[in-house]
Design a protein around this ligand. Structure first.
Ligand SMILES: Nc1ncnc2c1ncn2[C@@H]1O[C@H](COP(=O)(O)OP(=O)(O)OP(=O)(O)O)[C@@H](O)[C@H]1O
Length: 381
């Protein structure tokens, strides 16, 4: 089925540097896709390809079902052509201004010499002035800034400028809005508010969007799906719950949230790691258990933990970091490995405290064999 945005086998290199490699991606109508990955993995190149600011070396891009770059569906050979002859193909290219794509890029900030109204009108070329005025009013209402049409960008706060940039992108009713780190210049408290407002506006208008971010929380809270990119490919594409709770690889597990990795072994009780038995049914030997800090429980040793080595390990608090609402404890296990544990604000074990570390009951950690996670079912025993 055709989505609002479809990429098929798209590749782009800069000289010898592959930036995007044979990438397939489909974004559904009204969906918000968050793209995340380490610096240089190809996120911006992907957006620039969709925007038409770069040409793909290979592959096809469609916006709203229309081929905007690459090779249109192959024109079949004429009946007279010799058997085995390569199909005739036709390169297609739609320039950026003709694509139904709205941009909220940092480098496409508002024009400083144009009023807010004229900034928004900029994308409405060819539309009658009365219609332009109506649309400017409409999108300014949408971003809750109906009174700023005559102001200049420098007369707006950072958050207001960001909302105007969104209004400008939405004005021509694009099929897809592309956002490259749109909130990164805002301070943290403002960022959360502008982000929420932006998502509300995208939802209210049913707009399809691709958002590039460095921020895990942003990806998890904003994306209907998240694409985790690495070296020019999407290593995992899934819902926030899938990428966080069922990462497909060591890379995704450590990139989306914090993770520690503990070796495991299978004994007569089942699969166990240093933090005790793992509620996973598997016959995989030599797996590593992916342990997230929110899954690790710390308690002071007492009669109930005596002889409970199947359920955890005696550890020593090695490091304590205050994060406001939560406190991150790093504990040293008997093996010399460390694991991290989030504790609520009210619990702060000083460095050197002996604690009993275990996996919270009911948690079903992921298992890694080599670099990939293995699928498994929770142990029902
Ligand atoms: N114009 C260019 N010329 C040469 N190489 C480039 C160019 N643009 C990007 N690259 C290279 O392509 C690769 C992907 O870059 P890209 O900007 O897409 O990554 P990114 O994931 O957006 O990184 P960041 O998060 O740091 O913005 C990198 O190796 C980068 O150095």
């Amino acid at each position: 089925m055709t989505g609002a945005l479809d990429l098929t086998g798209v590749s782009k290199s800069y000289g010898d540097t592959p930036a995007v490699r044979a990438l397939d991606l489909s974004v559904a109508q009204g969906e918000i896709l968050a793209l995340i990955g380490p610096s240089g993995c190809g996120k911006s190149t992907l957006l620039r390809l969709v925007a038409g600011l770069e040409r793909p070396d290979q592959g096809t891009l469609r916006v709203g079902g229309e081929v905007v770059a690459g090779t249109a569906s192959a024109v079949p050979n004429s009946p007279n052509s010799s058997v085995g002859h390569a199909p005739v193909t036709r390169a297609q290219w739609v320039p950026p201004e003709k694509r139904r794509v709205g941009l909220v890029f940092q480098e496409h900030a508002l024009f400083p010499h144009l009023s807010v109204g004229d900034n928004i009108r900029f994308g409405l070329d060819g539309v009658r002035r009365t219609e332009q005025d109506a649309r400017v009013r409409e999108v300014l209402d949408l971003v809750h800034l109906p009174h700023v049409a005559d102001r200049y960008p420098h007369e707006l706060s950072g958050g207001e400028q960001q909302r105007i940039a969104l209004a400008r992108a939405l004005a021509p009713r694009p099929a897809v809005v592309l956002m490259d780190e749109p909130f990164s210049s805002l301070d943290e408290s403002l960022r959360a508010r502008v982000r929420t407002d932006t998502v509300d506006i995208l939802r209210a208008t049913g707009t399809t969007a691709v958002l590039v971010t460095h921020d895990q929380t942003e990806a998890l809270t904003v994306g209907d799906r998240i694409g985790v990119m690495r070296d020019g490919v999407i290593e995992q594409l899934g819902t926030p719950v899938q990428v966080f709770e069922r990462p497909v690889s060591r890379f995704v597990a450590s990139f989306m949230g914090d993770a520690d990795f503990l070796p495991s072994s299978v004994d007569e009780h089942g699969l166990a790691c240093e933090l005790g038995l793992v509620t996973v049914q598997t016959d995989v030997a030599d797996a590593e258990v992916v342990v997230r800090p929110h899954e690790v429980s710390l308690t002071l040793p007492g009669p109930e933990t005596d002889g409970a080595e199947h359920h955890g390990a005696l550890a020593v608090v090695d490091r304590v970091e205050y994060h406001g609402a939560f406190i991150l404890h790093t504990v040293l296990l008997p093996s010399g490995r460390t694991v991290r544990s989030w504790q609520p604000h009210s619990i702060r074990y000083p460095v050197g405290t002996k604690v009993f570390a275990s996996i919270h009951p009911g948690m079903v950690p992921s298992l890694l064999v080599g670099e990939r996670t293995v699928t498994h079912a929770p142990n029902t025993h």
